[in-house]
Design a protein around this ligand. Structure first.
Ligand code: SAH
Length: 355
């Protein structure tokens, strides 16, 4: 229960306050006590639920969208079908089932998964047995000699962020320190920051901005592959075009919690800055940032929902209808969650997305 807290307190005692990024990556991925390393956090009995766990329709229409991109790019004979942070493997399983009847797609695809959690790798191996996936620790390890068709759902929000509060013309980093055995926030001495020089124009004193260097590094890896080899990436997450304000949050048993309490026992996330990802992915091109609801509608989720509904009645039918609503409705996941596509210069845009 308190092992990770003790570990963090000892580290702060010996080296001083730590960044939120260091706090977040320790809580999520500490080899023995990390949140993702030790458990499967998804589903009704876990801490949060994601779109692929809500309904198979999510992965099915995305799978057909990826297959369309493969057809649009002249059916490359070999390609990498990749997912970042595949959780239980449900999204990839639904993508693979839905594309089974696309002639040549499976024969050309090799499944690659980027996953840090041994517990979740086990779940993915069980779910995707028969497709012989290859696992990687980082996106940098993905092959770079064939086209890349990639999906990432609720992956980028789990990457460690840093927070900076603006002073008159400098930035003061928000840090994690300890007071009487409890974790609390502290502010570093204000200093100039090259990475945020461009944000002096659109912020005022007191405003808070978040940065996520790992997200930019991963976007650069993906963008490079897509620009040079072809393919597309679909990045789905909550967030906005530009980071502004404190979005660091914790979820435990489907309720919001204090992110500094019970380290290692809640899911820690921050909203995704899609602008930073789009720019880091250059020279790959990026699409307009589009609400998940509109994206799924354009991919035909309602027709798919109606087809599935024909075989259902009673409670299963009610659940199915409410799953469609949860994925698409503006008051549910429809506008909070957004989709960014990456594609090569001159290629057809990924289905469901616009310029
Ligand atoms: N995409 C899944 C799971 C989302 S949870 C779904 O939609 O259901 C976040 C996933 O990213 C988990 O599989 C987690 O173990 C993985 N993850 C988080 N941080 C990671 C990192 N730095 N490197 C690789 N995988 C990571």
């Amino acid at each position: 229960m308190t092992e990770l807290l003790n570990h963090l307190l000892a580290r702060i005692a010996s080296q001083g306050p730590i960044s939120l990024a260091e706090y977040m990556s320790t809580c999520l991925l500490h080899p023995e006590h990390g949140y993702y390393t030790t458990r499967d956090p998804l589903g009704a009995r876990g801490d949060f639920t994601t779109a692929p766990e809500i309904s198979q329709m999510f992965g099915e229409v995305i799978g057909l969208g990826l297959a369309q991109a493969w057809l649009d790019q002249d059916t490359p004979e070999h390609f990498v079908l990749a997912e970042l942070g595949p959780g239980r493997g449900s999204l990839m399983a639904d993508i693979l089932r839905a594309t089974r009847r696309v002639p040549g797609f499976h024969a050309a695809a090799k499944v690659h998964l980027v996953e840090a959690s041994p517990a979740l790798r086990k779940a993915q191996a069980a779910r995707l047995a028969g497709y012989a996936p290859t696992w990687h620790d980082t996106a940098a390890e993905l092959p770079d000699d064939v086209p890349l068709y990639l999906v990432a759902n609720e992956f980028f929000d789990a990457l460690p962020i840093r927070q900076f509060q603006r002073t008159a013309d400098n930035w003061s980093e928000i840090l994690v320190t300890a007071t009487e055995g409890r974790l609390t926030r502290a502010r570093a001495t204000p200093a100039p920051l090259d990475a945020l020089a461009n944000r002096l124009a659109d912020t005022a004193e007191g405003d808070l901005v978040e940065t996520c260097a790992p997200a930019q590094a991963i976007a650069a890896e993906i963008g490079h592959r897509i620009a040079t080899q072809g393919g597309v990436a679909l990045i789905i997450d909550y967030g906005d075009w530009r980071s502004q304000g404190d979005t660091f949050q914790a979820l435990r048993r489907h309720e919001y919690a204090d992110p500094l309490e019970m380290p290692g026992h809640s899911d820690l996330t921050a909203h995704v800055d899609f602008e930073a990802i789009a720019q880091a992915a250059a020279p790959a091109k990026y699409t307009r940032l589009t609400g998940q609801g509109l994206f799924l509608e354009r991919l035909g989720i309602t027709a798919r929902a109606q087809a599935l509904a024909q075989h259902l009645s009673g409670t299963p039918l009610e659940n199915h209808i409410s799953a469609h609503r949860r994925l698409t409705h503006p008051e549910e996941m429809g506008t909070l969650f957004k989709v960014l596509g990456l594609y090569p210069e001159g290629a057809t845009l990924p289905a469901g997305l616009s310029e």
